[in-house]
Design a protein around this ligand. Structure first.
Ligand code: ADP
Ligand code: MG
Length: 391
C-alpha cells in the first residue's frame, strides 16, 4: 500500500476551503478527534477561521495560499459549494488528497450539469430530475416546452437559499424573467406540486464503502430551510429505501469521497423526483450532531482522513430548528436584540448550536437547535415549544 492510501491520523492537519458555519462545525468535529485544522477563506474573520489552528486569509485561487495549505495539509475538503474548481485542481496537482474531488464539486455547482447527470442515470437510480429545459441563448426562449409552465427559472450557478430564482407563470413572462436574472445560463424547471420535501445524506469512504443516514423531512420558509425532522414523518418505508438506493448509486457514479446530500421532492400522488445535490455536509444533516452515533462532520473527517466510516444509526427522534438572523430583530426593526437563550436552554431536550457570527442579518443562518424526543411526536412537540420561546 502506498503512503497515499495510509490513514491520516490525529495530530495531523486537515484543510477546509471556506470559513462559514459548515467549516466551523467541521473544525469542531476534527479538533474533538485530535486533528488540527487549516481554514482558507477570503474574509477577515470567519466562524471557522476564528477557531482553527491556522487561518489563511486569501482568495480561493491565490496560488501562494494554496501552496501554503498544501504544505500543511495532506487532505483538503470544501464547505463552500461555489469554491472555484480551479482551487481544488491546484491542490490535487500539489499532491493533496482532495475529498470530494474537483469534478464532483463542479458537477454540483452547475444546475445544467447536475440535471443532465440526474437524467443520465435515471434508469439505474429509478429517480430522475424535475422536468427542465436549458436557457442559454435568446433563441432558447421560443423553444421552451409549453408543458413546463408554471415554471421556476433558476440560474445555473451560484444559487442558494432560494436566491437566483424567479417564478415564471407563463411562456410570455420568460424573457422578462431571464432579463431579471441577468441573461446568464439558466434552467427552467416545471413547478411541481410538492407533497413534502426530504433529503438523503450519504457518505462514501476512499475504500468505496458507502453509508446512508436516515432520510430527513424538510420544511422551507421563503426558500430557506426551517426544520428537518427524522424519522421523516410522511415518508413510507419503501419510499425511503428507494431514495437511499438512488443516493447511494449516485455517489458511486461520480467516484465521490465524503459527505453528499441529495434533495428530493415527494409529489402529490407519491412520485419522487430529485431536486439538487450538495457536495458537502448539509443544513438538513445537522440533526446528526445530537441524534446519531456519528455526526455528518465527523463523517467528513473520517472520509478525508481515509478512516473507516462511522455508524450512522439514529439514537433518538429529532427535529432541527434553524435560527435565522430575523430572530434578533423580533422586538425592534433597527437594533438587534439577543434572543431569549435562557428560555431555550431551560428545555432539557434542546441542543443549541450557535455559529459565532458577530452580526445578525435578516435571512442569515446564525445557528440551529436540535430538539430530541423519545418519540417522533415528542421531538416535534419539543421543537414547537422551543420555537415558541423564540417568538
Ligand atoms: P437552493 O439552491 O436555493 O436550495 P432549490 O432548487 O433547492 O434551491 O430551491 C429551494 C426551494 O424552492 C426548494 O427546497 C423547494 O421548496 C422550492 N422549489 C425549488 N424548485 C422547485 C420546483 N421545481 N417545484 C416546486 N418547488 C420548488
Ligand atoms: Mg435546495
Amino acid at each position: 500500500m502506498s503512503d497515499r492510501m495510509e490513514p491520516i491520523l490525529p495530530g495531523s492537519y486537515l484543510g477546509i476551503l471556506g470559513g462559514g458555519q459548515l467549516g466551523r462545525m467541521f473544525t469542531q468535529a476534527a479538533q474533538a478527534m485530535g486533528y488540527k485544522v487549516c481554514v482558507l477563506d477570503p474574509g477577515a474573520d470567519s466562524p471557522a477561521g476564528s477557531i482553527a489552528e491556522k487561518y489563511i486569509q486569501a482568495n480561493y485561487t491565490d496560488k501562494a495560499a494554496l501552496q501554503e495549505m498544501a504544505s500543511i495539509c495532506q487532505s483538503v475538503s470544501t464547505e463552500f459549494e461555489n469554491v472555484p474548481a480551479q482551487a481544488l485542481d491546484e491542490l490535487e496537482a500539489l499532491g493533496v488528497f482532495v475529498a470530494p474531488r474537483s469534478s464532483c464539486v463542479s458537477l454540483a455547482q452547475n444546475r445544467v450539469a447536475e440535471k443532465k447527470f440526474l437524467a443520465t442515470w435515471k434508469a439505474e437510480t429509478n429517480i430522475g430530475p424535475v422536468p427542465y429545459f436549458v436557457i442559454e441563448h435568446d433563441a432558447d426562449i421560443a423553444n421552451a416546452p409549453a408543458d413546463l409552465f408554471p415554471a421556476i427559472l433558476k440560474t445555473a450557478r451560484m444559487g442558494y437559499d432560494g436566491k437566483g430564482q424567479v417564478t415564471v407563470h407563463a411562456a410570455q413572462e420568460l424573457t422578462l424573467a431571464w432579463n431579471e436574472l441577468g441573461r446568464v445560463p439558466c434552467v427552467l424547471e416545471k413547478r411541481m406540486e410538492l407533497d413534502f420535501e426530504v433529503s438523503a445524506l450519504v457518505v462514501r469512504g476512499y475504500d468505496d464503502a458507502v453509508v446512508a443516514y436516515p432520510v430527513s423531512q424538510n420544511i422551507h420558509r421563503d426558500g430557506i430551510l426551517h426544520t428537518s425532522t427524522v424519522p421523516a414523518p410522511s415518508l413510507k418505508p419503501q419510499q425511503e429505501k428507494k431514495i437511499i438506493d438512488a443516493a447511494k448509486a449516485l455517489i458511486r457514479k461520480i467516484d465521490y469521497v465524503g459527505v453528499l446530500c441529495v434533495e428530493f421532492f415527494v409529489l402529490k400522488g407519491g412520485d419522487i423526483v430529485a431536486n439538487e445535490i450538495a457536495p458537502r455536509p448539509h443544513n438538513s444533516g445537522h440533526y446528526t450532531m445530537n441524534a446519531c452515533v456519528t455526526s455528518q462532520f465527523e463523517q467528513q473527517v473520517r472520509a478525508m482522513a481515509r478512516l473507516p466510516l462511522g455508524d450512522t444509526r439514529l439514537l433518538s427522534s429529532v427535529s432541527m430548528l434553524n435560527l435565522l438572523g430575523d430572530l434578533w430583530f423580533e422586538g425592534s426593526e433597527d437594533r438587534p436584540i439577543e434572543p431569549a437563550w435562557n428560555k431555550v436552554l431551560a428545555h432539557p431536550d434542546a441542543k443549541l448550536h450557535l455559529y459565532g457570527k458577530s452580526e445578525p442579518r435578516m435571512g442569515r443562518k446564525m445557528g440551529h437547535i436540535n430538539c430530541l424526543g423519545e418519540s417522533l411526536n415528542q421531538a416535534r412537540q419539543s421543537c414547537a415549544a422551543v420555537a415558541g420561546e423564540l417568538g
